[in-house]
Write a protein that binds this ligand. Sequence first.
Ligand code: NCD
Length: 320
Amino acid sequence: MTAGYSGTSGERRPVPRHLLSVADLGQEGIQEVMALADSFAEVSERSIPRVPALRGKTVMSLFYEDSTRTRLSFEAAAKRLSADTLTFTVSASSVSKGECLRDTAETISAMGVDAVVIRHASAGAPWQVASWVDACVINAGDGWHEHPTQALLDCYTIRSRMGSLHGLRIAIVGDVKHSRVARSDVLAFTMLGAEVTLVAPPTLLPPNLSGWPVRVSSDLDAVLGNCGVVYMLRMQAERQTEALLPSLREYTARFGLTRARADLLADDALVMHPGPMNRGVEIAADVAELPCSVITRQVANGVAVRMAVLFLLLGASPRG
Ligand code: NCD
């Protein structure tokens, strides 16, 4: 496997140094990650799921916000590539003594890590860290802004079930305003030729959607019968500083994926959610278990996709 990918005109496009936004990869880069993920998915099925591709490299996770799936998935991915892993736990570090992001980043840099996987509550924090450290920086979610590896694993999951995203109608439903997943998914899905419709109450949409290549609807029932994928977003209660909804019950009544609504979906349509789910709010408990739900597949695919990302960035790295 080589680092770098061909552009549409056939020229070799350099691998980005960091993965901060889906835009760093572009359409060809996303395709390259998915092709690499195909080969790494096969590694994950072996009795000893490990290859020596990144032996001698060190990957650090630096999570300033809680995470279950993303952190574990990156750590599993790094281990399956034989990289060393370091986990920085903010609550058990000098951050609790007031150490700033820059000093923490410089400490990490001094230790000679090759990649930093960062999640932070502030939009733009991964860009800041990338300007301070020598390591490759991977954005594992920055505030409401972006979550590029979630978008990559979502594209990969859709491609594995549908063959392609080209011309596919995808509805992204719920708290778009506070969702970094929605921002990265819109970029990635549309780069691969999908038609995206955002379905949300006006208070849960970003105040300005100009430049977003999407349609908008507030009628979930009308959209459901006409889409190939329905992507439910978590209600981000922790990011809501004002009363944006009359009540959660009313929200669920209009925008929740209930069992009755799931019956409106086409036979081959997929139900997705990035997790963690608020069962009974944006998605009914039994809908998450239906055969059309690929929510567990998303988690499983996340490891292969993150192996692909680490390999793409670190395999091309001149360090070490
Ligand atoms: C998302 C996140 O943290 O941005 N979850 C995830 O990474 N799997 C979505 C969310 O928290 O709603």
